[in-house]
Design a protein. Structure first.
Length: 94
């Protein structure tokens, strides 16, 4: 007989790797959420909610944020992800 309490569903919000990466770039450039929002045509609240995982990002929003941060959104086939990551790491570390 199992006497353990039933597990409750996780209240943790999903994280979005693209948002995490764009946030890191924004912070590295010492750009505020308000500056990014203004240049991307978004509200500061939208950027804040995206960065805190409180909003499911739309592709068009991510594209505008990436454009302002001079980044490109790239799709990599899943079977090439490991090889691409290794290739990229070699170039970034040098």
């Amino acid at each position: 007989m199992n006497t353990a309490a039933p597990s409750e569903p996780s209240a943790e919000k999903p994280s979005y790797p693209l948002v995490t990466a764009l946030t890191a770039v924004r912070k590295t450039r010492q750009m505020t959420q308000a500056e990014l929002a203004n240049q991307a045509g978004l509200s500061r609240m939208t950027v804040q909610r995206l960065e805190s995982n409180g909003l499911d990002p739309r592709l068009s929003t991510l594209q505008e944020m990436a454009r302002v941060l001079e980044q490109e959104l790239v799709v990599i086939p899943a079977h090439l992800h490991e090889a691409f990551s290794a290739w990229l790491a070699e170039r970034v570390d040098t």
